[in-house]
Design a binder for this molecule. Structure first.
Ligand SMILES: Cc1cc2nc3c(=O)[nH]c(=O)nc-3n(C[C@H](O)[C@H](O)[C@H](O)COP(=O)(O)OP(=O)(O)OC[C@H]3O[C@@H](n4cnc5c(N)ncnc54)[C@H](O)[C@@H]3O)c2cc1C
Length: 424
């Protein structure tokens, strides 16, 4: 008997070969901990530069957020560019904007170069529930134009029907340069390329102990890796293994449901332009169609890492609020995943003790920025940290620790959800 697939992505992605667990001792230039988009991108860019590296993944490649996410490629950072500007100043904010654009462009570039079959599609709708949210979208479009991207189109209620078959929203912002992808298929292909170029990848090999020094030592239950550099790419799944970076990140659960296949005419009526969609709430709904004609719908934000009981029913009710005609639709797949959130919603890149790099906290917008994270960490190892430093300079407040950690988040999320509900 085989296990049920973890997600719809696992059920449909090209099969990945089983990789061995680490056994015995190895020496390498760079040890990467974590086999999601950040870790695999790091390994790939290192391998392309001819730098030896070993990647350790606790489970299988794509076990974390990268194999469970909404598959939405969204331009921008998870916080407004005004926050980026106040964190790094106007000049560096422009550089961060350009790097974000590069991160988005790198995806189709990789897909073309490596001929990856991952259902990449373009077109994205930010949907507004209120006039206040519409004002926010207009401001976003103006800000993007100020940074040099003029592609966003504001759509009012009357025009929305040509984009989305739902009466739930008052309008939105269409962005042709954001889109969607099968994230696990993309990730598995990148891991294959990294391996082909010489990266050594071990699965079911959780790092359980890290010793610092000019040579970093990473122990697993069955082996040890010694390296000049360590890259921590475990994000919300890293847990307690490296305490210095833990307070800067809060893991928040989000959930995804995939319906049974829908009638083709219904899909065309609901998604006339086949765009991916997200609303503007803090605890947002995000959704799109799959390559096999289903609705993939993500929602929720919870401080608990456990999947709540009755999740499929709860998700169906969320879906029906947007698409009442799907009130009785069957759900074939449902799962949860952990998003690593920072206090200011900007990514947390850093360097500790000279030779330990980390990148985490993409705050729900990591599909593109993780690729950039790996690229910049490889550049740093190769002697040029100028671009890494541009993001590293962003300051991050710690979340409280100990017994206050969860209650603080619950209070913060309660406030955010209340704000969504009353349209503040
Ligand atoms: C439900 C959900 C929906 C999302 N939707 C979107 C979206 O639509 N668009 C978007 O841009 N972003 C989205 N995100 C966020 C996005 O998925 C993440 O930003 C991105 O995948 C982070 O990649 P990562 O490689 O940093 O971390 P992960 O993908 O979480 O990878 C970390 C890996 O490290 C491994 N690991 C942890 N500790 C150890 C250890 N000690 N030893 C070895 N391995 C270890 C884990 O097993 C895991 O595989 C979503 C996230 C979730 C959870």
């Amino acid at each position: 008997m085989t296990d049920a697939p973890l997600t719809w992505y696992h059920a449909t992605a090209p099969v990945a070969h089983d990789r061995p667990a680490l056994s015995g001792s190895l020496r390498t230039r760079v040890c990467v901990v974590g086999g999601g988009l950040t870790g695999v991108s790091t390994a790939l860019h290192l391998a392309e530069r001819g730098i030896d590296c070993v990647l350790l993944e606790s489970e299988r490649i794509g076990h974390g957020a990268s194999g469970r996410n909404g598959g939405q490629i969204v331009q921008g950072y998870s916080a407004d560019m005004s926050k980026v500007e106040s964190a790094v100043g106007a000049e560096d904010a422009q550089a961060l904007w350009s790097m974000m654009r590069e991160a988005v462009d790198d995806i189709p570039d990789r897909v073309r170069r490596h001929k990856i079959d991952c259902d990449l599609r373009w077109g994205y709708l930010h949907a507004a529930y209120s006039a206040r949210q519409m004002d926010g979208l207009k401001e976003t479009a103006e800000t993007y134009a100020k940074y040099g991207y003029e592609g966003c189109e504001i759509v009012d209620a009357a025009g929305l029907g040509r984009v989305l078959g739902s009466d739930a929203y008052v309008g939105g912002m269409l962005d042709p340069d954001s889109g969607q992808i099968q994230p696990l298929a993309y990730l598995r292909a990148l891991a294959g390329v990294a391996e082909f170029l010489g990266a050594r990848i071990f699965e079911r090999s959780p790092a359980v102990e890290i010793s610092r020094g000019t040579t970093v030592s990473v122990r697993t239950d069955t082996g040890r890796v010694e390296a000049d550099w360590l890259v921590l790419a475990g994000n919300a799944y890293l847990g307690k293994i490296f305490p210095p970076i833990r307070p800067r990140l809060m893991p928040v659960a989000s959930f995804v449901a995939v319906t049974q296949p829908l009638d083709r005419d219904l899909i065309r009526a609901l998604f006339p332009q086949d765009v991916a969609v997200a609303d503007c709430n803090w605890a947002l709904d995000y959704f799109r169609t799959t390559s096999d004609g289903r609705l993939l719908f993500g929602a929720g934000a919870s401080y608990s890492a456990t999947t709540p009981p009755g999740l499929a029913k709860w998700m169906t009710r969320r879906i029906a609020k947007v698409f009442p005609e799907l009130e009785t639709v069957g759900i074939d797949h449902v799962w949860g995943g952990l998003i690593g959130i920072t206090a200011n919603r900007l990514p947390d890149f850093g360097r500790i003790a000279g030779n330990i790099l980390h990148a985490q906290g993409f705050s729900g917008q990591g599909m593109a920025l993780t690729g950039l994270a790996g690229k910049l960490m490889a550049e740093t190892v190769d002697g040029d940290d100028s671009r890494f430093k541009l993001i590293e300079q962003i300051g991050h407040l710690p979340f409280p620790g100990g017994p206050f950690r969860t209650p603080t988040l619950v209070a913060a999320m309660g406030f955010a959800k209340l704000r969504d509900a009353i349209g503040l």
